[in-house]
Design a protein around this ligand. Structure first.
Ligand SMILES: [Zn+2]
Ligand SMILES: [Zn+2]
Length: 117
């Protein structure tokens, strides 16, 4: 049994290394044996973060469009439009574009691409 003079101290757990953020959705990428990957966005990189490739090269792009300033009184701002960079049919209701630091939902989108609005 230990006494206060033995200096028995509990060690913390192992360190968790953080992976780089996905440039599309902003989430941490996942580590795979041959590199890093964002399952949500369907992109894989080499272990050094280079050479991005689509997991499904034939996937169509999500059609969700977002115009955050469409009600702005300044007519120069009304045409600012973002299209989701994820694959069509991606998981979740959040759409992502790397030029926006936040996401939008299907309820907030203006229209799918190619639809008159
Ligand atoms: Zn992502
Ligand atoms: Zn989307």
């Amino acid at each position: 049994m230990s006494t206060p003079t033995e200096n028995v101290r509990t060690l913390p757990g192992d360190l968790e290394f953080l992976t780089p953020h996905c440039p599309i959705c902003g989430d941490y990428t996942d580590v795979y044996p041959d590199g890093l990957q964002c399952d949500r966005c369907g992109i894989a990189w080499d272990s050094d973060g280079t050479n991005p490739e689509r997991l499904d090269p034939d996937a169509k792009q999500c059609s969700s469009l977002y115009r955050p300033t469409r009600r702005c009184a300044n007519p120069e701002h009304v045409d600012v439009e973002y299209r989701c960079w994820q694959d069509a049919g991606h998981l979740g209701d959040d759409h992502h574009n790397p030029d926006l630091f936040y996401s939008w939902t299907t309820a907030e989108q203006v229209a799918p691409a190619g639809v008159e609005r």
